[in-house]
Write a protein of this length. Structure first.
Length: 156
């Protein structure tokens, strides 16, 4: 039987359990037709590139299907009729990869990263360099100020 990957986007006001229920409906349609769901990944609530039916976010779900073409068409029809599904897309693939998808792999890398250092502090004002003219209390500026004072004869 041919293999398919289906990605669906559900409304953001649904819970994860309700999105899983939609995936269960898809799985029941596929199993009734003699196929099976080989892969099932919940990608989470993610921002949309543009608003779809007044929604800015959506629950993403990936399903790897091993079913006949008629069963896939029925799944597409059911998802199109479901008001909770904003968009869905199905593609035919050669093989279903058992490893986590790129989305889940990227999420795992983000969590493992060290979040201690966030980079240099931004400038204090809109156009300033962030250094105070006279009141900079860092050692290198205090030392330079004293040296300049010695050169200028004790005046700053």
């Amino acid at each position: 039987m041919p293999l398919y990957e289906t990605v669906l986007i559900a409304r953001n006001d649904l819970t994860q359990a309700q999105v899983e229920a939609i995936a269960d409906q898809v799985a029941s349609v596929v199993t009734e037709a003699g196929g099976e769901v080989k892969k099932r990944e919940y990608w989470g609530l993610r921002g949309l590139a543009y608003r779809i039916k007044k929604n800015r976010k959506g629950h993403y779900m990936l399903l790897g299907l091993d079913c006949a073409a008629a069963a896939e068409q029925e799944v597409a029809r059911q998802l199109g009729l479901n008001e909770d599904v904003l968009r869905h897309m199905t593609i035919r693939i050669e093989a279903i990869d058992d490893a986590p998808s790129a989305i889940l792999a990227k999420r795992g890398d983000d969590r493992e990263r060290d979040r201690g250092f966030r980079g240099p502090r931004p400038a204090a004002g809109r156009f300033s360099s962030g250094r105070r003219e006279r009141n900079d209390d860092r050692e290198e500026y205090r030392a330079r100020s004293r040296d300049e004072a010695d050169v200028n004869g004790g005046e700053e």
